[in-house]
Design a protein around this ligand. Sequence first.
Ligand SMILES: Nc1ncnc2c1ncn2[C@@H]1O[C@H](COP(=O)(O)OP(=O)(O)OP(=O)(O)O)[C@@H](O)[C@H]1O
Length: 368
Amino acid sequence: MRKHQNLSMTNPIISLKNIDVTFQQKKRTIEAVKNVSIDVNRGDVFGIVGYSGAGKSTLVRVINLLQVPTNGQVIVNGETFFDGQGAGKSGVQIKPNELRDRRRKIGMIFQHFNLLNERTVAENVAFALQHSPLKADEKQAKVAELLELVELTDRADQFPAQLSGGQKQRVAIARALANDPEILISDEATSALDPKTTNQILALLKKLNQQYNLTILLITHEMDAVKEVANKVAVMQDGQVLEEGSTLDIFTKPQAALTKEFIETATNQDKALATIAESDAITTLNDNEVFARLTYSGNSTNEPLITTLYQKYEVVANILYGNVEILQGTEVGSLLVILSGSADGLAAGLQSLKDQGVSVDILKGKQA
Ligand SMILES: Nc1ncnc2c1ncn2[C@@H]1O[C@H](COP(=O)(O)OP(=O)(O)OP(=O)(O)O)[C@@H](O)[C@H]1O
């Protein structure tokens, strides 16, 4: 695997501008992607999160024109692949043979691995090299190198049916990397795997990103997966990007209700919230109390938030749930608390938390 240079000249490596994808069916029009613009920089692990049907797969298939968009611009590595308004195929700006070449530099992996069952592990990887200019012995060496990279050297002569899900996905990764792609699109690649195997695959993707500067697009319905590896996230719903930002910002300052929902799941807050919401403390919340979620990162973690609330504002915090994650090397904490105090004390205390960069969500209580 070749290490890709970080050429600032060609950043972003993928630029999608105002992309629409509309499918015409007999009686109805499906707007699968609506006016989406995203820039992916070289070396990014860019997470695209959304529920089934949000348009994620359709959007990423636009990158290598497996899906020709209805409108918009597709620019990869500074080269315009597509530019058109309602132009259909006539908006394609690249010749078919060139497009085939460029597609080889964009590897893809999928939920169901898409391996050839009649071929061995080594043959599956070699299959991706059928159009490569390498000589036979070079191809063999390349396959061996790739299998070593994904730690499957000892499985080279086995068939997919003899492998676990995680091993099958590693074969698929080796195959996707055969032509030294600069971009890897991972479309729900861990969705069929158990949590432990998922983490192993995510760790492998992270290694490929760090060691080879491979740009990765990680499509998933699990914010958990994104949290592990992505430095940027876009949240999709109904064909649109609801919000986009660094993983840290998305986790600490989510704006859209859907983003908050994904984060609650990824940080196990959803389960805690469900239990806590039923508890007496919440169902019989007093007038001088608020139930709040406090999210803080980096510097704020060192601040004695709770102590200050009490000492300065006489606001007492009852912590019902706490969680700390390390995201991109930064601590992100979340607390579910009942804060009690005088109306003025609460107002001033909450304001002081916000001033310290803590994101405050009132989940129940007067100030909601
Ligand atoms: N070729 C097609 N023809 C018609 N409709 C399509 C086609 N491909 C996708 N769609 C529709 O476009 C919408 C977005 O689908 P898409 O597969 O991109 O979503 P997704 O977020 O990737 O979800 P999933 O993870 O389930 O694939 C859906 O309503 C889907 O039914």
